[in-house]
Design a protein around this ligand. Sequence first.
Ligand code: FAD
Length: 329
Amino acid sequence: MQGILVLGELDSNGLASVTGELLSLARSLADETGEQVSVSLQGASVGSEADDAIAIGADKVYKVESPLLSEAQIDAHLSALEQVARSAEPSIVLIGRTPLGRDVGPRLAFRLGVAVAQDCVEVSVNAAGRVTATRPVYGGNAMASVSFSGDGTQVVIVRPKTVEAGEPDSGRSGSVEDFAANLDDSVIKARLVETVSQETEGVRLEDAGIVVSGGRGLGGPEPFEQLQALSDLLDGALGASRAACDAGWIDHSHQVGLTGKTITPDLYITIGISGASQHMAGCSASKNIVAINRDEDANIFKSATYGVVGDWNKILPSFIETIRELRDD
Ligand code: FAD
């Protein structure tokens, strides 16, 4: 067993952002152990994504092409990845905690007869290439450090946005193998019937450089209009705590946190959010947090770079006005 194999995912823009993150993570781990990084790129057709993967850190690309891999047909992707893994015999398989990865990862581990570490937010290796991974437990109230016994393949499922994708280096070289996976309709036991894409206006929450989020302290759905105005002014995206989403004030697609989205913006502005551990699990990697909360003991202030203690009703209008003036200058 040697090397790190990444499950590559493709989307309408080419290589999915999570794949860039995993390749960067794989590269840094492999550089410590002197091993190779390979990636299984699976789709109806794989083109320039192979070069993109090499530029980010792959030494070898397994190109697995089949009409059955055109969509997120779990069984087809699982079978393709299993065949690549049996051929490559990697010591580590890195998979993103995406809708596809969440299904494929544990099933791949089962088929290979090895263990899986789910929902990891930190991954390190020792000199022998054995993984130690950190994952949130008890609803994000504690972090567990896990390692794998034995010497088999280690399947590690990594939460998106917990690692930053490195800059591509077009001078890197690597090899591309057309991998002929044995795939036919019979491998598909549960068929994907329909994919409904969610329309997003403006920048996606997960990709936004600035996120403005509201919580239960807003008291109702109407104030989210002010937050939307602020986020538009900053070319940002609108987020929310689970309490605000559960109350029906804003759609769950805006939820940040353990059971919502993980974000890593340069600036995260929270308004009326207490900073519960499950919320922070999704935003603690933000570079700067600005919190407006009337409770000076609110947990959010422990993570905030800048904090304003007070009623958002009084603070937000002048905050928005000042930003508007600064933008107009
Ligand atoms: P609260 O905790 O009620 O905080 C409201 C804040 O608003 C308070 O700090 C208050 O001081 C302040 N406030 C009130 N009025 C004003 C005012 N006028 N001006 C200024 N400040 C004011 N939560 C998430 O967010 N995301 C998740 O993904 C998530 N996943 C979870 C998973 C599990 C398994 C569990 C058990 C919980 C999860 N939660 C999650 C819920 C989490 O524990 C908290 O309940 C939730 O984050 C609280 O949301 P909040 O901060 O908006 O509300």
